[in-house]
Design a binder for this molecule. Structure first.
Ligand code: HEC
Ligand code: HEC
Length: 328
């Protein structure tokens, strides 16, 4: 069992970066070294052969079809289920000014999000606006600069205007976040590799011990690759993690404080404080670590200090296993 409080390790990493002579030191010292399952870096090469770009693709329950090549970050997000969300404003469907990529491409048209980004649906308007302000002010960064999507979000957040942020916030806050994560407690998991910044099950790869981590992987990799916003995620978590997490959340346990006073009785958010229930455990784990190490240091982040200060890796696994298991 890991008893180390890893805050000092992160300080070493920051100190190492500040010294700054050897940039590749970043690779060994970034947050991926501590929580590799949450700050996913793609495996080098060895990918499956690229699928045929001209193939006409569709997803179950949709009458929409398109060539695979249309699904591309330079295009509007594929909108497989236009009846599943309100009409998207331009910034969500097409992007905004220079550098402001369409929010719906990564966060999906209905805002359910993916493990490598975040679910925005149902988060409070004021909270979303505040996060965009924090990025614009350079106060919200990621513990693992080598993980592509969070670094991309940093650049988008720097570029987005307050008006664009408010339009997007109004849209996502107006949508109910739906059940999306199926939490499965287990001792062993299918072997996975890292592609597209997430865990992908290796066909015929057998099983391996889960250890102290969470393995979040699509219910249907083909649909997730097509950015289907009606196909969710499985989160394999260690046996007993949900009950251990429930205890920490309720009382704070030895290393934290009770959460409901700020996040609401059912962790569905309270006023401007964000909802945690039923949301990606990988995303939430990255935030707990980024808040602990202080790379996420927005206007409201100090309110989380007592909750995160002494968390261990195991605490984080337990907490996010529990929050992901809750009904949103
Ligand atoms: C290239 C993909 C991408 C695009 C496009 C994108 N985001 Fe994000 N966004 C991310 C990632 C990745 C994260 C999670 C960062 C992390 O893990 O630390 C994120 C996180 C967020 C969060 C934080 C959620 C929370 O619970 O704190 C907000 C708010 C957000 N994005 C808003 C937007 C808005 C508004 C737009 C459009 C203007 C947008 N994003 C476009 C990738 C993207
Ligand atoms: C004193 C109030 C307070 C308490 C207690 C508190 N939180 Fe928070 N939490 C906040 C606020 C405010 C934010 C937004 C921080 C920011 O804007 O940077 C937040 C953000 C978070 C986030 C990031 C959410 C996201 O969408 O990015 C997580 C995860 C989180 N809290 C988990 C917890 C857990 C787990 C506990 C209990 C162990 C807890 N919090 C206790 C106020 C609190």
């Amino acid at each position: 069992m890991r008893e180390v409080n890893f805050k000092w390790m992160a300080w070493l990493a920051v100190a190492g970066l500040a010294a700054g002579t050897e940039l590749h030191a970043q690779e060994a010292d970034g947050a991926n070294a501590v929580l590799p399952w949450a700050y996913v870096l793609n495996d080098p090469a060895g990918d499956a052969p690229a699928p045929d770009p001209d193939e006409i693709v569709t997803v179950p329950g949709s009458s929409v079809s398109m060539p695979r090549s249309a699904i591309n970050i330079d295009n509007p997000p594929p909108d497989w289920h236009p009846d599943g969300h309100p009409p998207m404003p331009d910034v969500v469907a097409r992007g905004g000014g220079e550098g402001v990529v369409a929010c719906g491409y990564c966060h999906l048209p209905n805002g359910q999000g993916k493990p490598e980004n975040a679910g925005l649906a149902g988060q409070p308007y004021e909270y979303i606006v505040q996060q965009m302000t924090d990025w614009r002010n350079g106060l919200r960064r990621s513990g693992e600069p080598l993980m592509g999507p969070p670094s991309f979000m940093e650049r988008i957040g720097l570029a987005a205007t307050d008006a664009e942020a408010r339009t997007a916030a109004e849209y996502f806050a107006s949508i109910d976040f739906r059940p999306w994560i199926r939490v499965v407690e287990t001792d062993d998991v299918p072997a996975t590799r890292f592609a597209g910044w997430i865990h992908e099950v290796v066909e015929g790869g057998g099983r391996e011990p889960i250890g102290t981590r969470i393995v979040e992987t699509p219910e249907d990799p083909a649909r997730t690759r097509l950015r289907d916003d009606a196909s969710g995620v499985i989160a394999y978590v260690p046996r007993g993690a949900v009950a251990r997490g429930r205890a920490i959340v309720a009382t704070g346990g030895d290393n934290s404080v009770a959460c409901a006073v700020c996040h609401g009785e059912d962790l569905r958010g309270l006023g401007p404080v964000p909802a945690l229930a039923g949301r990606s455990p990988s995303y939430m784990a990255r935030q707990l670590y980024d808040l602990q190490t202080g790379v996420r240091d927005g206007a409201w982040s100090d309110l989380m200090d007592a909750a995160v200060r002494n968390l261990t890796v195991e605490d984080i696994v337990n907490i996010v296993a529990y929050t992901a298991s809750l009904e949103p």
